[in-house]
Design a protein around this ligand. Structure first.
Ligand code: PLP
Length: 395
């Protein structure tokens, strides 16, 4: 039995998405900018995909700009917003547990002389609203806080951050922007978008293809474009649109919008089942991040899809490859940080000790997982952990 539990790294595309993409390449291959009927047909598909995605994001479709990935959207939001606002201040607020495609642009801005404040998080991975409030000042031009974390699943108080920003702007007559990276939250949470100005999403985390993303830019928010050229996406993101990818993204968004609550409830049930199975069979474990028992559909403290656990006295990489022999696919942290072989900055920020970090496995679920699969995982995991501990492979 193959069990894929690395859905935060990427997801298997829906069959309907694959079919639609193939059909798009076969018979609807026009360029949406062309003036003939094939171009017109492509433009119609582009419009439909934008509406489908906007429907899932709960935003106006005119404010959704397609691009190549979540990383591009985050880079564009950060550099674009800062470049548009640099005369008004040089302070940016983010958190210590953002994805590298937020943290690296922040480091680059620091090298350019910007003052970047990295908010602390508590042991669950939550930022402190009072620390954020204390940091807001006349010089602050951007807040960038992720909606949900990719390693531990913690969901940040996006509605409250947005409200703080809006009140601050009203009181001080300022135009501070709030960006959120919602790559992991999309299709798992109803993201409270009211006071959000910029929001990043990515197709391959919601059962659509890799290489497509989008940035929501609320009407009236000025952001300098990153890629200049033919003026696609209302001049905001030039380059001929990745039409197969975009129609796939739209289709996946449409599917995700249907019965979202029951899909999420199922995922959450499996996650609890996995936790219970692990807790009752394996000693000396530590759940990293948000509390599993405290999920709320609108402002949950954890994603229904992510579970990060340290199996003390083992080494995660060895555990990962042992599970792989049984066709169980998990991750030792985020897919990106595993290339760099660095200690997880997220686990470090929540105060995990070295032994916890080195033995941490991220299980990330999707709607394709079943209870039978989870039972199989618990069985194999129990054996693998017991064997490693017996061999003393780590001690
Ligand atoms: N932000 C978060 C929270 C992510 O988990 C990821 C990918 O893992 C990204 C951004 C980057 O998205 P993409 O892979 O589409 O560049």
């Amino acid at each position: 039995m193959q069990v894929y539990l690395d859905n935060s790294a990427t997801t298997r595309p829906y069959d309907e998405v694959i079919d639609l993409m193939a059909e798009n390449m076969r018979s609807n291959f026009g360029n949406p900018s062309s003036l003939h009927s094939l171009g017109f047909s492509a433009e119609k598909s582009l419009k439909k995909a934008r509406m489908q995605l906007a429907g899932l994001m709960k935003v106006d479709e005119h404010d959704v700009y397609f691009n190549s990935c979540g990383s591009e959207a985050n880079n564009t939001a950060i550099f674009g917003a800062v470049n548009a606002r640099k005369k008004e201040g040089n302070k940016i607020i983010t958190s210590k547990i953002e994805h590298p495609c937020v943290l690296e642009p922040m480091k680059s801005l620091e090298r350019q002389g910007y003052n970047v404040v990295y908010l602390d998080v508590d042991e669950k991975g939550l930022i402190s609203l009072s620390q954020l409030e204390n940091e807001l000042d006349e010089n602050t031009i951007l807040i960038s806080i992720m909606a949900a974390n990719n390693e531990i699943g913690t969901v940040q108080p996006i509605a409250e951050i947005g409200r703080l920003k809006t009140e601050f702007n009203k009181k001080r007559n300022k135009r501070l922007f709030f960006h959120t990276d919602a790559v992991q939250a999309l299709a798992k949470l109803e993201i409270p978008v009211n006071d959000v100005d910029l929001m990043t999403v990515s197709a391959h985390k919601i059962h659509a293809p890799k290489g497509v993303g989008a940035l929501y830019i609320k009407e009236g928010i000025s952001v300098q474009p990153f890629i200049l050229g033919g003026g696609q996406e209302k001049g905001f993101r030039s380059g001929t649109e990745n039409m197969p990818g975009i129609v796939g993204f739209g289709k996946a968004a449409e599917i995700a919008s249907v019965n979202m609550k029951s899909r999420v409830a199922n995922m959450l049930e499996l996650r609890s089942f996995l936790i219970e199975g692990i807790k009752s069979n394996i000693k000396d474990i530590k759940i990293n991040g948000a509390d599993e028992s405290n999920f709320d559909f609108v402002a949950g403290s954890c994603l229904p899809s992510i579970l990060n656990i340290s199996f003390l006295g083992t080494r995660a990489e060895v555990l990962l490859h042992t599970l792989e022999q049984s066709e169980i696919y998990v991750s030792t942290g985020s897919a990106c940080s595993s290339h760099k072989k660095q200690k997880s900055h997220v686990l470090t920020a929540i105060g995990a000790k070295d032994k916890g970090i080195e033995s941490a496995i991220r299980f990330s679920l999707s709607e394709f997982n079943t209870q039978e699969q989870i039972e199989f995982v618990v069985e194999k995991l129990t054996q693998a952990v017991a064997k490693m501990r017996k061999l003393g492979s780590f001690r």
